[in-house]
Design a protein around this ligand. Structure first.
Ligand code: 5AD
Length: 348
């Protein structure tokens, strides 16, 4: 498929002929198979802390959510999860959390070193907009990858949903560029259907994936959380141009991301599995995705890591989640990848 710019993307987003949309999704599946194969990479997600200094208008663990019970896992608890990921045959562990400075530079570096020492896992961090010194120290400690979604390319919308901290000088794009310089594998992504997000914006978001040198691209629907400003009734949206946060739109975006960045690693996200519990995971994998991130967080913490409500598999033990995911992947005729997996494409 030839691409000249975001207007081509916009045309596909606005396409209303179901047969043409189907052909787009099928093309993305074919490109996925050709570029990254039938293997699905499993990354074990560990939600290390639900403390956060940020006040994002969409997020259930924002600092303003005062009633939420807060937790921070111990190093030993995180290590136990990493060991489980290795035991289950996963290639990667993802340590995700709110922007929590109680997770100190030294503490995270120590956990990364311990996982390195004890397991063959690749280590992904997703801990927010941390200072340069932290990102440097963690890379030196052995972290391989960093995830930081830019959420939207519309700067006004971004400022509304993501209030800056006082004195902040870097935006997420600058941090993503810095992560690249530090030789992390870099992942980013967006939410689809943020109130105020237009089709034009979404087309630019997807085009940005092509312009940026991303290794991983995560796309999920916006899911309103009732305890947040964007989850309360009567939130203004973009009217007739508002992007819906539905499965069809997300799948179209996953497919477009695959076609725009053929060799990227693209997860079928938990948020997608949340809006279609029966088939969301599968549909993502059939429209261009090649990664799944089963949640390995201990159950008592998992229920508190409520960035949006009714998160898929929030209520089951980690082994069960892993098993269920594996079953779903195999039922699609796909295979489970071993090892950390390549930066992009098939090779290392
Ligand atoms: N709905 C959907 N996704 C959300 N995220 C945070 N809050 C929500 C929500 N209410 C996503 C953001 C963030 C990632 C960790 O989770 O894109 O970057």
């Amino acid at each position: 498929m030839d691409w000249t710019g975001a207007t081509d993307v916009l045309r596909w987003l606005r396409e209303s002929d179901p047969a043409k949309v189907r052909s787009l999704l099928e093309e993305a599946d074919a490109v996925r198979r050709r570029e990254v194969g039938d293997e699905v990479h499993l990354r074990g997600l560990v939600e290390v802390s639900n403390r956060c200094v940020r006040d994002c208008a969409y997020c259930g663990i924002a600092v303003s959510h005062r009633d939420l019970v807060r937790y921070r896992m111990t190093a030993e608890e995180v290590l136990a999860c990493a060991r489980m990921a290795a035991r289950l045959g996963f290639g990667t562990v993802v340590l995700q959390g709110g922007e929590d400075y109680g997770l100190t530079r030294e503490w995270v570096a120590g956990v990364v070193r311990a996982i390195r020492q004890e397991t063959p896992l690749a280590i992904t961090l997703s801990l927010g907009e941390r200072p340069d010194e932290d990102l440097i120290a963690w890379r030196e400690a052995g972290a391989d990858r960093y995830l930081l979604r830019f959420e939207t390319t519309d700067q006004d919308l971004y400022r509304q949903i993501h209030p800056p901290l006082p004195g902040e000088t870097r935006d997420r794009f600058q941090i993503l560029a810095r992560l690249r310089e530090l030789d992390y594998e870099v992942g980013s992504g967006i939410m689809v259907g943020i109130p105020g997000q237009t089709w034009e914006t979404l087309a630019r978001d997807l085009w940005r994936f092509r312009e940026m040198d991303l290794d991983m691209i995560g796309i999920g629907p916006f899911i309103p959380h009732p305890e947040t400003p964007l989850g309360r009734p009567g939130v203004p949206d973009a009217g007739p141009d508002q992007v819906p946060a539905n499965e069809d739109t997300v799948l179209r975006c996953v497919a477009l991301a695959r076609l725009l960045r053929p060799d990227a690693n693209i997860p079928s996200t938990t948020a997608l599995a949340t809006i279609n519990r029966e088939r969301g995971r599968e549909h993502g994998l059939q429209c261009g995705a090649n990664v799944v991130m089963p949640n390995l967080t201990p159950q008592r913490y998992r229920v508190l890591y409520e960035i949006y409500p009714a998160k898929a598999s929030a209520d089951e033990p980690p082994e069960r989640t892993a098993e269920a995911v594996t079953r779903r992947v195999l039922a699609l005729g796909r295979t489970i990848a071993r090892g950390p997996g390549p930066r992009r494409g098939r090779g290392r």
